[in-house]
Design a protein around this ligand. Structure first.
Ligand code: HAM
Length: 420
């Protein structure tokens, strides 16, 4: 038997119901904030991510699903949504729209990570991007939206960690400090981190390797927050003030590290207390230089993404149910074999006002009602020779037991009235 590829999952039943619940909550809140939906392709030219996400990140160095197409071009399954959204912003000239442009999205992302609980190779995100504004208000807007979406799902075990990775010049100073501090001890670092010391020392802070962790603690390395320049510091303070005014609780994380290089200034993550190692339900930040990295004019932006599967795990851990998928309204049961085609016609006549299905084989009334219940239908409609001759159906409410013989129009009225 052929199975789904390792790290990928079929979504159906309850898992899909959770998924839909998260996507619909994102849609509702993002649209409430005036965002328009966007769906970008699931693959892009590899350079969109190399330039956008950054050459020195784990994502680009080891986690991308890249392939060469028939024309010899390198393409990559998107590991995240932001770079593609900014590419689309530039490609569609959204710079001349009234700024800022607010976009939201939902879809699959792909990272070749080692699968474990809360970590897949194909996973799903919902995301929100505000492009064309540098004001701290939009950072706070974005953070607040991501927080409130998670709260609206009923989640309680949430912590919002807010930090700032500064402006590029601040980061250069911080990287220089890290190099100076760590270089004398380079031989104690893991191999990956020795490489990072050359390419991007800040990434060492994100290392899980025990020797790196030990060294960092021992040297009492100062956090990025100590190195913010005036502009970044003022921005960070303003974002915090706006969040307080909006009533969004947060903790300042002086050493926040995100896995993407495009961030400047604000960056944040929302964690859940019951998810173990993969506890980040979502993360985001400001990415003012990303447009230029992709060859466009300056276009400051800020946004976030939620990991749909992780949000679902958190909901399960808190005993929260998803919004159930709508069940069948009506199941039409032919009582004679020659009435099967009429059952199809009867069911089809109810679409799309009612969710109606029919049995493909004649059933005795009792068996038909049982089958309707198994299908999760609220009503069963029996179609025997008498009903067929009169153009009617004998409809039973499977909850109350009430039964009526009605024309299709009357059935619609009864059921619509009953389910309203
Ligand atoms: P990210 O932090 O890389 O940010 O991913 C956001 C969320 O996606 C994570 O917090 C996590 O819940 C989920 N996630 C990431 N990798 C996996 C995986 N392998 N399996 C399951 N879930 C995963 C971004 O992707 C940025 N584009 C967010 C952003 C938008 N920044 C600005 N705008």
């Amino acid at each position: 038997m052929i199975r789904a590829v390792k790290g990928t999952h079929d979504l159906l039943g309850t898992a899909l119901a959770y998924h839909r619940t998260v996507v619909e909550a994102t849609r509702r809140w993002a649209e409430a904030a005036g965002a328009e939906e966007i769906a970008t392709p699931i693959f892009e030219h590899t350079e969109v991510f190399e330039r956008g996400v950054g050459q020195t990140t784990d994502i680009v160095q080891k986690e991308m699903f890249s392939f060469t197409d028939r024309g010899g071009r390198s393409l990559t399954l998107r590991p995240e949504g932001t770079a593609g959204v900014v590419r689309a912003y530039l490609e569609h000239g959204m710079k001349v729209w009234p700024q800022p442009v607010r976009l939201w999205y939902a879809g699959p992302m792909f990272r070749a990570e080692r699968p474990q609980k809360g970590r897949q190779r194909q996973f799903h995100q919902t995301g929100y991007e505000v492009i064309g504004a540098a004001e701290p208000e939009v950072d706070a807007e974005a953070v607040a939206l991501s927080w409130r979406i998670l709260e609206s799902l009923g989640l309680r075990g949430l912590t919002l960690k807010l930090g700032s990775v500064g402006d590029p010049a601040d980061r250069e100073r911080y990287n220089a400090y890290l190099r100076e501090r760590l270089e004398p001890h380079a031989e104690r670092l893991s191999e990956d981190s020795r490489r990072r010391l050359q390419t991007n020392p800040m990434r060492i802070l994100d290392s899980k390797a025990p020797p790196d962790r030990e060294l960092l603690t021992e040297l009492r390395v100062r956090p990025m927050l100590d190195f913010l320049g005036d502009a970044a510091r003022q921005h960070f303070e303003a974002v915090q003030a706006r969040l307080r005014a909006l009533g969004v609780p947060f903790e300042v994380d002086p050493a926040i590290v995100r896995g993407l290089d495009y961030y400047v200034r604000s960056s944040w993550e929302i964690h859940h207390d019951r998810l173990g190692a993969q506890s980040a339900l979502g993360g985001g930040g400001r990415y003012d230089g990303l447009s230029e990295l992709l060859g466009g004019p300056p276009a400051p932006g800020v946004g976030w993404a939620l990991g749909v599967e992780r949000v679902a795990l958190a909901m399960q851990a808190e005993g929260l149910s998803p919004v159930p998928a709508p069940g069948l309204d009506l199941y039409v049961v032919p009582l004679e074999p020659e009435l099967v085609p009429r059952a199809l016609e009867a069911a089809a006549a109810f679409w799309p006002e009612l969710r109606a299905q029919y049995a493909l084989k004649a059933r005795k009334p009792g068996k038909g009602l049982q089958e309707a219940e198994k299908k999760g239908a609220r009503y069963a409609a029996l179609l025997g020779p008498d009903e067929a001759a009169a153009g009617k159906l004998t409809v039973k409410d499977l909850k109350t037991g009430e039964q009526r013989t009605l024309s299709p129009e009357e059935v619609k009225e009864w059921i619509r009235g009953g389910t309203a």
